[in-house]
Write a protein that binds this ligand. Sequence first.
Ligand code: SF4
Ligand code: SF4
Length: 367
Amino acid sequence: MEAKYDFERKFREQILQCSRCGFCQAVCPVYGATLRPALNARGKMLLLKEVMDGKIELNDDLIETLFQCTTCASCFENCPSGVDVPAIIKQVRTDMVNIGSCHPAFKGMHEVLEKYPNIYAEDEAEDFDREHNRKAEYVFFVGCVGLYREDESTEATLELLDRLEVDYTLIDEVCCSGVLEDVGYKLNENLARTNIDRILATGAGAVITGCPYCARTFNNKPQYEELKKHGVKVLHVTQFLKDFAFGVTTHKVVTYHDPCDLGRHCGIYDEPRETIRKIAPNFVEMRHNRENALCCGAGGGVRGAYPKNSLAMARKRLEEVEAAGAEILLTECNSCVHNLSNAKLRKQKFKVYNTTRFINELMDDAE
Ligand code: SF4
Ligand code: SF4
């Protein structure tokens, strides 16, 4: 039978390789929040096999199952058969969008990015009282969440860069639009063009991003390849900061949450820990860490489309912070900070910070 959809043409073998072992169930944050086996990776692969066998059609009835995935890659990391579930889910979402079937929240996000330069449909970005679009050694690229929802965190990151005398400029940035590919649409070429032109105009040799997702997009998407061709490196801020000395320490018990986009998707586990160990001798790991870190529940468009389940996933992560006895939870992703902070219960006394913000506050206290 001829394949009807691209997901089958590209991933048929992988979907059939799913042995139904169920190793993915224990690590799937969506399953953890819903306890619905249909929503874990195995359930999704079984459903897609039924579509390939012609037993069911791709249509709106499957939105709930196929769009409820944070693309965290925990299943892929733990799958003995090597089934790349996030890649399969992204392709299926594209196929569904092509037949006119999409979660309304994702359709809305696509429409917003056709009209606005950011995912929040806002007109005025915070300018952080700093120069934009000037010649500098580095561009600091904030990302939508850091610009519009976690601006205090971003201000602290910029203060830290100022203290470290980094020669950076901000640019009039627009959404990198990588998220569109996660939810079934194409990356917005106009937005990519705008970012590339504004970055190149500064003459910077490197872009430092506060957002792991923007770093992934710039480094991996063909629409941003021109940056590489011009010799512009892209670093996440945790990579940039690892060789600095900060001259401050805390005796508080500190733990670290690996953002999926930085950890499993980019393999960056050591750099943030090197930085944290310099400032926090009482560093502890949570039960699930590094490759096995639990997802905060914000990715893959799930925070917008399934906010209640997204918060439930974040709460599971926060239970591990309590169990580790940590007073400070550090991460380095504004999306994770945003979701984890929103999910924190009043009785949970630990604080949630981006590492950069925490270091900056320690430096404030030391003055
Ligand atoms: S771990 Fe892999 S092979 Fe096992 S059920 Fe999950 S997706 Fe299938
Ligand atoms: S990518 Fe994450 S959320 Fe999606 S099925 Fe796999 S474990 Fe579950």
